[in-house]
Design a protein around this ligand. Structure first.
Ligand SMILES: *Cc1c(COP(=O)(O)O)cnc(C)c1O
Ligand SMILES: [Zn+2]
Length: 375
């Protein structure tokens, strides 16, 4: 049975009604039986929609797409160890958030939605704004005042209405919840359809490795939109019987904002309140992740763990990558700093996959500051 289900009270809702949260306030997940015909998949365009039967959109006519996805999987050497890296900074809006946006906004079309709200530290707002523009859906994006100017410009150039909220990322989240009482909330953290898009990361990795599953995936963990999607995707591949087990998930947080790392390390039943400090990795600086519990459970179920990285390590990784011709944003470099930390403790050969999540052109002002630091 395909349906929405509340993670708290287990109440179910049909997929074709515009719910993004349970009446009890709980998070909704999607129960959906995916289907993959690998022969059919191989014949299709190199986009994430090649896994069409695994994506819960009923009618093809509702699909809002730029033929995005199926990003290259490229080997990089770190300290003589090969890590395969998905080039997800090459999406149309410059981050992997397009994976979630193409599916979520297609669903909004299917539901006949005419206006959405979303809150973001930048990239999710860019992605939702772009796909709404393509769909002809009105869009309001709530962002913290401190968001990078390039992201603010991008959101507005797509024609979305920008709401600049004073204070923290958490203040922005509270402001949008008000608006979500009267608008469809196209949220990358609450709305379960977003994760039905980010799960294609797992399918693509599986196909691009020659229908093999990696031993380890190293992914960012703020709201966990890629991490939870990847976990859903690999678990589906396991359920279908295509892989024997899911990869170990290594989740990366910024040392300056690491509530999940702390909860995992100390085995806390709830996500602790933390004193969040400024970090270069603005995109994963989430003090109150709404799916925090799910992220920890997914990492644990995969036999993985959490690592934190400092701003000094992030900046060093960013510079090393840029000197190899890879222009990614500082938030994306946090994950790669995590990769470098992870492999420095490797005791055996592993097939490792990670990701470049966002494009450097989004962060010019931060790059200029980093350049002032010199080498
Ligand atoms: C969204 C994003 C991430 C991961 O963030 P989550 O909060 O875990 O979803 C990482 N890097 C970039 C560039 C992003 O835009
Ligand atoms: Zn409920």
């Amino acid at each position: 049975m395909n349906q929405l289900i509340c993670v708290n009270c287990k109440k179910t809702y049909p997929l074709n009604e515009p719910f993004w949260r349970c009446a009890c306030g709980g998070l909704l997940d999607i129960q959906f039986e995916p289907f993959l015909d690998l022969k059919k998949v191989k014949r299709r365009n190199p986009s994430l929609w090649r896994y069409r039967e695994a994506i819960p959109i009923e009618n093809d006519a509702n699909i809002i797409s730029f033929n995005e996805g199926f990003t290259p999987l490229v080997p990089f050497q770190f300290d003589k160890i090969t890590v395969w890296i998905k080039q997800d900074y090459l999406f149309p809006t410059g981050s992997y958030k397009d994976r979630g946006a193409t599916v979520l906004i297609s669903k909004a079309m299917e539901l006949g939605i005419q206006s959405v709200v979303e809150d973001s530290s930048g990239n999710a707002g860019c992605a939702i704004a772009a796909y709404c523009a393509r769909a002809g859906i009105e869009c309001f994006i709530y962002v913290p005042e401190s968001t990078s100017p390039a992201k603010l410009a991008q959101i507005q150039m797509y024609g979305a209405k920008l709401k600049l909220i004073p204070g923290s990322r958490e203040d922005t989240a509270r402001a949008v919840l008000q608006a979500a009482q009267t608008h469809y909330y196209a949220s990358h953290s609450w709305n379960p359809f977003f994760f039905q898009g980010t799960k294609t990361f797992a399918y693509e990795v599986f196909e691009q490795l020659g229908w093999r599953v990696p031993d380890t995936i190293v992914l960012p963990a703020g709201n966990g939109t890629l991490l939870l999607g990847a976990a859903i995707g690999f678990n589906e591949l396991k359920t279908i019987g295509l892989i024997p087990d899911i990869p170990k998930i290594i989740a990366i947080q910024s040392e300056n904002c690491a509530p999940l790392f702390k909860a995992f390390q100390e085995n806390l039943p709830v996500i602790p309140t933390i004193n969040k400090l400024d970090t270069l990795a603005e995109g994963i600086a989430i003090a109150e992740p709404v799916r925090g519990r799910q992220i920890i459970d997914a990492v644990r179920q995969s036999r993985g763990s959490f690592l934190t990285v400092s701003d000094i390590e992030i900046e060093a990784s960013l510079k090393r990558l840029c000197r190899q011709g890879v222009y990614i944003e500082p938030t994306a470099a946090a994950t790669i700093a995590g990769v470098e930390k992870y492999i420095s403790n490797l005791t055996q050969d592993e097939l490792i996959v990670s990701v470049f999540t966002g494009h450097g052109l989004k962060s010019t002002e931060k790059m200029l500051k980093i350049l002032q630091h010199g080498d």
